[in-house]
Design a protein around this ligand. Structure first.
Ligand code: F6P
Length: 394
């Protein structure tokens, strides 16, 4: 492991989508840096935008006091990347040189980057531009390679599992199919874990393309066994095995309602609420924009139309990213942050702190950049879920 000069002054930023545990991690870097290792820490605000524009402030111990259990990030965040900064005219410009300039002007020995895939890719490219970097993995998606977990994931799973629990009782009371859409465009870790914990009957993730026939068969079998309600957990990136399937026809009445709804909202609505009455008998399906192209809406519509089962959609959205971190995430973030401080003190740079089994260690950032950790088809969580009768739509 390459070791150079011990750090005397470092920058720290949070980048990409926020998640619970960021503040716990910032606190865990800053506290030992100040008190144990005498390293000055400069907080860079709004992610890499702050590095490009030099929005920074020296962090003192009172800045990180009392933030362990708070959601969001005291530094702010953004998805902007120095090599592709957006201009008001919609074009982008490469401002990497400005980011490097800020790093040098602040006299940093290393830039600590808390983030997910995009963040580590940028950190790697800054490393190639001569900066020392350290990465700390955080994302609700848990889709970073070389680490068994990322801070923020457990908290999001807890929120999503609780939401599924809440849907269970109302599903059973009304004998409905409840479709819940969870975050995860490319990787299904969050939906898989929350679906397993919440006892979802069907779990659809991007890694396992689904077949509507299989989903409907599973629901029909459940009905045969007297289970007239079901929970379907769908990752936002779930895809059908036959993506070219023709769009489900929208009934005339529904189209009219949608038009009226759109007109009411000034014609701008993307999420117009439409009531479809597929069989003309049941109470129908109330979707938040059935033509919005959402995986959950498409699946719900198909279930409603093929089986005539009363179906509802819940899109949990950013509720999964807000609020206090779970104790697991607080501990993980604290272990990641304090390990990063130790690396800074010994002058070990260009690595991502990670969890391997129960051990917190680090890997070369090069190994992480540009990679996504997908759910393998034989993952233990998948096997466990299948054993308890969960259908994956395959
Ligand atoms: O990167 C984490 C994540 O929460 C993804 O799961 C989700 O697809 C995306 O961010 C949402 O991004 P935004 O907050 O920019 O809408």
């Amino acid at each position: 492991m390459a070791s150079s000069k011990a750090a005397r002054c470092v920058g720290i930023l949070t980048s990409g989508g926020d998640c619970p545990g960021l503040n716990a991690a910032i606190r865990a870097v800053v506290k030992p840096c100040l008190s144990d290792f005498h390293i000055e820490v400069i907080g860079i605000e709004k992610g890499f935008r702050g590095l490009v524009e030099n929005h920074s402030r020296v962090l003192h111990s009172q800045d990180v006091s009392g933030i362990m259990a708070t959601g969001g990030t005291i530094l702010g965040t953004s998805r902007e990347k120095p090599h592709r900064m957006p201009l008001p005219n919609g074009q982008t410009v490469d401002l990497t040189a400005r980011a490097v300039e800020t790093y040098n002007r602040l006299g940093l020995d290393c830039l600590v980057c808390l983030g997910g895939n995009g963040t580590h890719k940028v950190a790697h490219s800054l490393m190639k531009n001569g900066l020392n970097v350290l990465g700390l993995p955080k994302t609700i998606d848990n889709d970073l390679v070389e680490t068994d977990n990322t801070s923020g994931h457990d908290s999001a799973v807890a929120v999503a599992a609780e939401a599924i629990d809440r849907l269970h009782s109302t599903a059973e009371a009304h004998l409905r199919v409840m479709v819940i859409e969870l975050m995860g465009h490319r990787a299904g870790w969050l939906t898989l874990a929350a679906g397993l914990a919440g006892g979802a009957d069907i779990i659809l993730i991007p890694e396992i393309p689904y077949d509507l026939e299989s989903i409907c068969q599973h629901l029909t079998e459940r009905r045969r066994r007297g289970k007239w309600f079901s929970i379907v957990a769908v990752a936002e990136g779930a895809v059908s095995k036959s993506p070219a399937a023709p769009p489900v026809p929208v009934l005339k009445e529904a189209k009219k309602e949608k038009k009226n709804d759109k007109a009411e909202k000034g014609g701008k609505s993307k999420n117009a609420s439409v009531v479809l009455r597929a069989d003309g008998m049941s109470s129908g399906i109330s979707l938040d924009g059935p033509e919005d192209g959402r995986a959950s809406s498409l699946v719900a519509k198909a279930i409603q139309q093929r089986l005539g089962m009363d179906t509802r959609v819940t899109v949990l959205g950013h509720l999964q990213r807000g609020g206090a971190p779970t104790p697991f995430d607080r501990i993980l973030a604290t272990r990641f942050g304090t390990h990063a401080a130790e690396l800074l003190a010994e002058g070990t740079y260009n690595r991502m702190v990670c969890l391997k089994g129960t051990e917190v260690t680090s890997v070369s950032i090069k190994k992480v950049a540009g990679q996504v950790k997908l759910v393998p088809s034989d993952d233990p969580l998948i096997r466990a879920a299948r054993h308890v009768g969960t259908n994956f739509g395959d």
